[in-house]
Design a protein. Structure first.
Length: 330
């Protein structure tokens, strides 16, 4: 019912529907954003302003959208993981951690992960802090990300959003006229920089390419021989083919990163079927996406792109600038 009201931009009905939600759901950022948006559109500017200001303190998709509504600064504070050298040394000296580090160095990735997960399973918060920092120090970014996530500590942006393969990403971004912050956001969401990532569906590598997609991009777009499946685990090959595929999608969807991000996750044919009969704001379209996985994927990649702008030393581009009106034309 909320989606139907949003689709028709019936803001009185949006307010009515939101008021029916359970109290627990009303604490969600999603509810807060649309409630404030509906207040604003129904002429209740003061209430809307207060609600947007509160939500804009969050470093998240809805927090950034709220900040855009009132033209306030994004909340992008970075604070390193709170850990002492003594705590680092203690955890680094544990036999299980040492074994995991050695196995990782030998590129015996499955065994390394098993050792790491088993060893850290019973760690307390401080030990998990130390383990995540140790993993980051050896460029084992996926385990650094997953380990710090267990603690609920979200403010170490350098650890949680690494710039691994920065030079190659920048080169491919330049080659295919793409935003490198957006590319990093896709990699972060797809694989968390896990070099041997493989999904249940068969997607491979940093940008989680399906072998069939990689073959199509190589043969039909780049006019070269198709790579072998094992070659997709190589960072350079995977990022190059993933970048070329993003460029192909950008050409198809009129350089609209919202549609392209959705197409990268769900496939271009599905996105075509989701295009509205008449133009709608991009934030409404994201809510209308019928696949929960894709809607979540969109929100994460868009918010990660803002964070990666910051990590790359740039002034973050506003989501309002990235999220153009969604039309039937592409």
């Amino acid at each position: 019912q909320l989606r139907a009201a949003l689709l028709h931009q019936d803001w009185i009905n949006v307010l009515q529907q939101l008021k029916k939600w359970p109290q627990k759901e009303q604490a969600s950022e999603r509810w807060q954003y649309w409630y404030a948006r509906a207040l604003m559109r129904n002429g209740q500017q003061n209430k809307a302003q207060t609600a947007f200001q509160r939500l804009a303190q969050q470093r998240s998709y809805y927090g950034f959208l709220a900040a855009d509504q009132i033209n306030s600064a994004y909340h992008l504070k970075h604070a390193p993981t709170p850990i002492t050298q003594a705590q680092l040394g203690e955890v680094k000296g544990m036999p299980g951690i040492q074994r995991a580090i050695e196995l990782h160095a030998l590129k015996r990735d499955t065994q390394a992960r098993r050792e790491w997960i088993y060893t850290t399973k019973k760690f307390n918060r401080e030990q998990l802090y130390a383990a995540s920092v140790i993993a980051e120090e050896i460029d084992w970014h996926d385990q650094a990300i997953f380990t710090i996530a267990k603690t609920g500590y979200w403010d170490d942006l350098e650890l949680r959003f690494p710039l691994r393969h920065h030079e190659w990403v920048a080169q491919q971004a330049n080659q295919y006229r793409l935003d490198s912050a957006w590319m990093f956001a896709v990699i972060r969401q797809e694989s968390a920089f896990m070099r041997d990532a493989r999904s249940h569906a068969g997607a491979i590598g940093l940008m989680q390419l399906m072998p069939a997609t990689a073959r199509h991009v190589a043969r039909d777009y780049l006019k070269r021989s198709a790579p072998r499946k094992q070659a997709l685990f190589k960072a350079e090959t995977n990022i190059e083919l993933g970048s070329a595929y993003l460029r192909q999608l950008m050409d198809r969807f009129d350089n609209n990163p919202v549609l392209v991000t959705a197409a990268y996750n769900a496939g271009p044919h599905r996105v075509n079927s989701w295009l509205p009969e008449k133009s709608v704001p991009a934030d409404i379209w994201v809510e209308m996406v019928p696949f929960k996985e894709t809607s979540t994927y969109l929100r994460r990649v868009l918010s990660y792109t803002v964070i990666y702008d910051k990590r790359l030393g740039r002034i973050p581009k506003r989501l309002a600038q990235r999220m153009r009106q969604i039309t039937t034309a592409h």
